[in-house]
Ligand binder design. Sequence first.
Ligand code: FAD
Length: 412
Amino acid sequence: MQEMQSRQVVIAGAGVAGLTAALAFAERGYRIKLFEQAQHLEAAGAGIQLSPNATHILRQLGVLGRLLPTAVRPEAVVLKDAATLRQLARVPLGQAAETRWGAPYLVAHRADLQSALMERIAERPEVELVTGACVGSVATGPNGITSTVEVAGTAIETEASLLIGADGVWSSVRETLARKAAEFGRSRFSGELAWRATVAADSPAGQTFAAVGAPDCVSAFLYPGFHMVAYPVSRGTAFNLAAFTRGKRIAEGWSGHADPASLSSAMRGTAPALVRLASEAAPWTAWPIHTVEQRRWTTPQGIALIGDAAHAMTPFAAQGAAMAIEDAATLAGFVAASTADLEGALAAWEQARRPRVAQVARRGAVNRLAWHAAGPVAMARNLFLAMRSPEKLAADLDWLYGWRARESGDRR
Ligand SMILES: Cc1cc2nc3c(=O)[nH]c(=O)nc-3n(C[C@H](O)[C@H](O)[C@H](O)COP(=O)(O)OP(=O)(O)OC[C@H]3O[C@@H](n4cnc5c(N)ncnc54)[C@H](O)[C@@H]3O)c2cc1C
């Protein structure tokens, strides 16, 4: 009974983190109960960039092959001045990325990533996915962790030796822990809004973007206090646009509304074609960017927070989901490598992950400063980029995209 219990994992949340964790634990012979509060899985947001550090894990888990037919492999990341549309830098991706970092750099619609993960989950009898199931309170007892889950108005209790809180930036599992221990924190509004729109490639907005951007690349238009990222998704039939501005706190969620005047005002002074693109792409939805910084992600009794629940970061390095994927795969590796010592495995996993996640979050903060810079700082940035060859710009990213979990328990 105890052995069976120790092979049982409960996961709260079936986002990128929870779905990947379910696959990674199933791969190692665990039985997984995966609870998702939504009645139907809906992909939050529209597009997602998946760098090689994430796609190599998706390949190991049998997901990548299912994603490739709908995803796009961009040829490069192209940075442009949003006022003049002049190219500032180009980081080669495409085959160069695959050769350099051993796995493809992809851009995809989030729904396609979710479908690929779900198709693989459907092949794993070890994973039981329950939708419309909200994980509420969590208690520690002699039989491990007891989670109370509300399903169709009825509260059920479920026990496991390991509970994984993969329930996103506004995590209930984290909230439960934060009520008892000060080391667990709460999310904080960053003061930034992400504006999002998806446009068909053959629509007026799609054609405007094709004229100002690089339609087979990830394009980023930089301007003081503002930037816009655009890339193809869904086999290139649509473009995902995401713009970033300062803004007031709005309701939590992907489909929020903010006053579009603040987007227009942030774009004042950018190239007329970019302003036209923003107007043709309307309506935009807005997402308030929240971050999570806390001193702990695990408890000795058997709770681990992963993905945004543990360390939501600003999206300026496009790495939040990649970190969730890395968290999920490495956690399964650490736990499976120390079946007799879960407490030690969780502590070692957290210790190994923290420096990596902190370094990636810092990179996002640097990108934000550089991309939103004005005056002499922007001039210094442009000079720096002009002096760096595409090859050198790619080499600067080796630590990020070339990352691999070590074998033997993934201990790094
Ligand atoms: C504008 C923007 C662009 C981004 N672009 C990129 C990018 O290009 N590349 C990248 O790697 N990252 C990107 N990110 C970050 C990325 O979106 C997140 O880091 C990632 O989605 C986090 O995944 P998660 O599974 O931890 O959380 P989520 O995706 O939020 O999933 C959490 C899940 O838990 C469920 N849930 C919540 N509470 C409960 C509960 N009590 N019980 C049961 N279920 C529950 C939710 O319904 C949800 O399904 C971007 C973020 C933003 C805002």
